[in-house]
Design a protein around this ligand. Structure first.
Ligand code: R5P
Length: 305
């Protein structure tokens, strides 16, 4: 088999599904920490001539990044023909400008770190805002997998009378697409962020929402404040309890519990970040299509010259 998929520990279920779709052998990373906190990674040494696909959950990127570099470099040293990365959640994308004097613009710095490590990258719905395209940020080949089709299928199957609510203008890109595919109406609210833990969100239009079940859609729930503010407004409109539908369940601290306490009927996410209660939408099928395309680009054509 000329493909080996190397998953980091937290994304094993997604990785096993992905490996089956890519016809790849699974060879998990051995990763242990010494008492002083330094990492030792160990790979299956049989990597000569193979295409390696590393699957890494980057929710806690600051503690994973160096091990990821060790894995990529070691795979090459052991003879891998190519090393690609599937990072279903791509962190640091929101820090794409200098919000205050002297701050690091982390998104391009992190992009350079990754492209020094791997030959190609596949991710799901990166938070592209002021950098509108992934290939504007990376010089290696990249594929951006959209979760919209899978999320729309979930809405159609589970909340057919939904009205989708996007909490801010940035969410318009996902919400409009999911609503069109699920054939349900949508609204996009306006958000003012006053700090890391303080946001204000405009009121939804009660007439458009009447008779519908609200589903609040966002790409990321981090502190949860954006969703919670929106849930508070929806509660005043006399609508059924809202479902929260999110691509990346980042959930800082107790954000998930606070969403439920704020009145969410249910919180549903894709499996780009593992969460025992809310991962309901599998991204392996779409990730496999993107990986196949990038692996094919690296495979010399068998056609006659
Ligand atoms: C921001 O533009 C994103 O789309 C999300 O709305 C934001 O990251 C959510 O953050 P929080 O959960 O901290 O309000």
């Amino acid at each position: 088999m000329s493909r080996v998929l190397i998953p980091f520990p937290d994304l094993q279920p997604l990785a096993v599904d992905l490996a089956a779709r890519l016809n790849a052998r699974v060879a998990p990373v051995g990763w242990r920490r010494f008492p002083d906190g330094e990492s030792l990674v160990t790979l299956d040494p049989q990597l000569s001539g193979v295409d390696v696909v590393v699957v890494a959950g980057l929710r806690n990127v600051d503690s994973v990044a160096l091990a990821l570099r060790f894995v990529a470099e070691t795979a090459r040293e052991l003879g891998a023909r190519s090393v690609g990365l599937v990072a279903p959640y791509l962190p640091y994308m929101r820090q794409d400008t200098r919000f205050h004097p002297g701050e690091a613009i982390s998104a391009p710095i992190f992009a350079r770190f990754l492209e020094q490590s791997v030959d190609w990258l596949v991710t799901v719905d990166p938070h592209l805002h002021r950098n509108p395209r992934l290939d504007g940020l990376f010089s290696i080949p990249t594929r951006h997998v959209a979760a919209a089709a899978a999320m729309a299928a979930w809405v159609q199957a589970n909340v057919p009378d939904a009205i989708l609510i996007g909490p801010d203008s940035e969410s318009a890109q996902w919400v409009g697409d999911i609503a069109a595919r699920a054939q349900v109406p949508f609204q996009v609210l306006a958000k003012i962020r006053e700090g890391d833990r303080s946001v204000r969100v405009s009121l939804p239009d009660p007439v458009a929402a009447r008779g519908r079940t609200p589903v609040v859609v966002d790409d990321i729930v981090s502190s949860g404040h954006t969703m919670i503010e929106t849930l508070k407004h929806l509660a005043t409109l006399g609508l059924p309890p809202a479902t929260c539908l999110v691509t990346h369940a980042v959930f800082s601290e107790d954000a998930y519990e606070r969403l439920l306490a704020a009145g969410a009927r249910r919180v549903v996410s894709t499996d780009t970040i593992p969460h025992p209660a809310c991962n309901a939408i599998a991204m392996a099928p779409a990730l496999a299509v993107a990986c196949e395309a990038l692996l094919a680009e690296r495979t010399p054509s068998l056609a006659a010259p």
